[in-house]
Design a protein around this ligand. Structure first.
Ligand code: HSE
Length: 410
């Protein structure tokens, strides 16, 4: 038997308890031991819950219990979760988590603390929900230079964009649905403004480079201003509109990192992911491309990845994690966003003259599109690779109040 404690009995924490019970015998058959949930810490009461007899509000009961080997942190956020994770590691317990906010903010410190205490800090569920991606990237692809990672990394926004595209539902209605299905963060601002996807690509890029990538340095846009007209342009371009997190290793060994809505060709591998599904394309210099696809959010899918980490701890309690904590990154590792190339759909009020557009963007290509909305002009700029992000922003500033939207092409 392996005894665990769960900190935070919300969507994912309760899913972990359920999987441990539901799949007890299959886990026992596979690893020779079953997982027993000994304690659950939460400030709320759950009198009618099947695990009601293990609930506690006293964290010390967990940290002082030498029988508990693994602590599952599913509280979320980077405050209480940070303190409790530190205490768990210092008490000599392995910690597994789905908390990408905490990993993105304090990953190196917590990995180091785990190493100092001869235990593991594992976070497979922090990216891609139930999809195995952290372990494959850190271990199975360890022999590769990672040239690029591109992913649909947030289930909530992918669910919203898919509902808008396929069913004509508006943004607010689709968000409410995603929240009721347990996909969204407690504060869905992190989902819709791209912050959650940003933390996830920062974690993946940190693994790829071995250097800590500070998520706050990544250029990030969300999906708040996406409309049904943008969906119509996606159709015209033969694309789907997706929130993409992207890491690209550049020839000078710097990298480009961005999170933004992008038009992705419908036949691109990651465009298969609709609804709550995530897709992550990893490009290794030896392997080439590999696609990781599955449910990127939700109770049991995410809990499945957490329990897999518990099992990893159970299978190798003698040996600590051999993965080196991420080194502190040099700020110049990330290329300045302004200097990066871009290709984007631009939608302008029809009162802007075609001559003004041609003159302002004369250094790059312009491909006109049939307008999908009354009273506007639409074109794709930068398909020739001659446009930078700063060129584009400068051009758009020439038409104050006339820019309806601009969305990048993948
Ligand atoms: N809110 C997150 C998402 C949960 O929608 O992807 C999984 O990380």
């Amino acid at each position: 038997m392996i005894e665990i404690a769960i900190l935070g009995y919300g969507v994912v924490g309760s899913g972990v308890a359920e999987i441990c019970r539901m799949n007890r015998s299959v886990i026992q058959n596979r690893i020779g031991r079953y997982i027993h949930v000994k304690r659950i810490l939460d400030i709320r009461d759950f009198p009618d819950d099947p695990f009601a007899d293990r609930m506690t509000k006293d964290a010390d009961l967990i940290f002082s219990d030498s029988a508990i080997q693994v602590v599952v942190e599913t509280i979320g956020g980077a405050e209480i979760a940070y303190e409790l994770t530190r205490r768990a590691l210092q008490s000599g317990k392995h910690v597994v988590t789905s908390n990408k906010e905490l990993v993105a903010a304090f990953g190196p410190e917590l990995m180091l603390l785990a190493q100092e205490n001869n235990v593991k800090y594992l976070f497979e569920a922090s990216v891609g929900g139930g999809i195995p991606i952290i372990r494959p990237l850190s271990k199975c692809l360890a022999a590769n230079v990672i040239e690029g990672i591109a992913g649909i990394l947030n289930g909530t926004t992918n669910f919203i964009l898919t509902r808008m595209e396929q069913d004509g539902i508006d943004f607010a209605g689709a968000l409410t649905e995603a929240q009721s299905l347990g996909y969204a963060e407690q504060d869905p601002v992190a989902d819709v403004d791209g912050i959650d996807a940003c933390r996830k690509i920062a974690i993946l890029a940190s693994i790829a480079t071995g250097q800590y990538i500070d998520s706050t340095l990544i250029y990030t846009e969300g999906i708040r201003n996406i409309t049904s007209e943008d969906m119509a342009y996606a159709f015209r371009l033969g694309c789907k509109l997706k929130l993409i997190g992207r890491y690209q290793r550049l020839p000078d060994e710097t990298c480009r990192l961005i999170v933004a809505p992008m038009f992705v060709p419908r036949d691109h591998p990651i465009a298969v992911a609709d609804g709550v599904f995530n897709a992550i394309l990893v490009d290794g210099n030896a392997l080439g491309e590999a696609l990781f696809y599955g449910q990127g959010a939700g109770r049991l899918p995410t809990a499945s990845a957490v329990v897999a980490d518990v099992i990893e701890c159970a299978l190798s309690t003698e040996s600590i994690s051999r993965s080196a904590p991420w080194r502190k990154s040099d700020r110049t590792l990330i290329r300045a966003h302004d200097a990066c190339q871009v290709c984007a759909l631009v939608r302008l009020d029809r009162s802007v003259s075609v001559d003004s557009i041609r003159e302002t963007l004369k250094k790059t290509s312009i491909e006109w599109l049939e307008s999908a909305a009354e009273g506007e002009l639409a074109f794709v700029a930068g398909a020739d690779g001659e446009l930078t992000e700063s060129d584009l922003e400068l051009a758009l500033s020439a038409w104050p109040g006339k820019v309806v939207n601009r969305i990048r092409l993948y």
